[in-house]
Design a protein around this ligand. Sequence first.
Ligand SMILES: [Mg+2]
Length: 276
Amino acid sequence: MTRDLAELTAPLRDAPGESAALFDVDGTLAPIVGDPGRATVPVPTRAALRALAQRFGLVACVSGRRAAEARRLVGVGELTYAGNHGLEVLTPGDEEPTLDAGLGDRGDAAGDFVLGLGREALRGAGLRLEDKGPIQALHWRGSADEEAAERRAGEIADQAERAGLEPRWGRKVLELRPIAGVDKGTAVRRLLDRPGVRQALFAGDDRTDLDAFRALRELVEAGRLRAAVCIGIASDEAPAELSEQADAVVASPGELVEMLRALAADGGSNTDRPSS
Ligand SMILES: [Mg+2]
């Protein structure tokens, strides 16, 4: 862990029982691969997360994937999983996720809209549909003409907005959400809405993670948290805002694991700092 990271995370290491560590999954814990279905969290990362879960008050993943899929991918049952950007939350030991009450009768709105576009037509435009229940996602990573597919996605986003859905852009993906105001920020707020958590960190690699950064900062401003640390994971596709808004940037998911190990290690910040 760099000196910078060690100093930033000192409040968490000093009081691990009152600390929460929250992680995006794809591109943060799981290295990005061409086919998201083949993404996996490396064994050393799993071990570090398991150790951290024993030490910290809360360790959770906040993903755009469905909660059960995030749990399967990360492979650590001791963690809490907020899936579909917080529309569903899966706690350790539970088989079924809890759905956000705000969803109301909008659960099928995005699915119905996408059905109207036609699966064949989407495929023809180079867009791969991912059915995530209440959220529908269109991917164009690896399609024959990624630029053309992205242009078509732009048209669909406008159309979806007129249909009352909320379009959100990620790395070569357009998500259509059934209700507005659902993002990783609301997911983080819900996860941290529990007594005893006074410090939190969030690590992410993408634009959608900026909502989580913002939520942590607002919780500090409101006095709900004593300290918050926002960590960006660098990549060729990372938006410029990520490094601007992060407190620190690590070079890769691999470098993040080193930080996890240091956080999970015994001893407060004083023992971890290099003596000079
Ligand atoms: Mg990500």
